[in-house]
Design a binder for this molecule. Sequence first.
Ligand SMILES: [Zn+2]
Length: 295
Amino acid sequence: MKKKLVLILFFILMACSSYAVDLFVPASVKQGGVITVFVKGGEEGLKISLSKGDKFYSNSECFEDNLDGHNVIIGLLGVPSTLPVGTYTVKLEDQTKNIEVIKESFICEDIPLNSHMTSLRQDDGEQRREQARALTKILLKVNKDDVYENGILKKPVTELRITSFYGDRRTYLYDDGTKAKSIHNGIDYSAVPGTSVYAAGEGQIVFAGDRIITGLSVVIEHLPGVYSLYYHLSGIDTELGQSVKKGELIGEVGATGLATGAHLHWEMRVGGVAVKPEPFLSTGIIDKAFILSNM
Ligand SMILES: [Zn+2]
């Protein structure tokens, strides 16, 4: 009798310690894209990462969301536009899956800067560095309960003219004849000053204020680790901590900070990584079709 009880206890323990977690990862992703990771049988807070060998390129945590009436555990990993093509590993605890990072094309552009813009860009003062540290801290936060938006985003301005694209390889031509290379992290929409700027999706305002390089700026948190950023505004019509709906007015187009003309710089970050914004306007933040096909 005692032996039987010990056996039963043993099997209960085994069942508890080896609960089945299935990891689903798409076969491929483009440079600058987002990987939707689906974790069947998992729980929120599990850590996920994108790596190759012992090098890590992107990290985040899983969260729970409701997609078409199903509660699912998902994670989102941003892929840097600079990541070389090849086979990478998506890791969740002790499970791994391979993913191919495939080529995306990016434009090269030269941007001449006048003396004022040159001095702004070359500014390496403590205030600028402190502003960079503070923004990075916000963008790296993964708050697993902050699930506001999982649908298709709305373009933040009605203007169609794009003057710079995501991932543009830029060369800044300084007025002293020197050059510096940089990568453009968002889309620039050209628009007349004062044009309305709308929240691309539902969320919470996690930054609203002035910065040396990006001018009057707003940052919205949409999902754990997913943020949209709006730069160079002439005015801000929202405040820190406020909840916003998709399409709600948050500010006006301007040319504050490092800007050679009035435009809206719109950027998307996933796990701190700047990713291509356009797919958010067609497929949405989460690849729902991928998750539903693996349910
Ligand atoms: Zn820009």
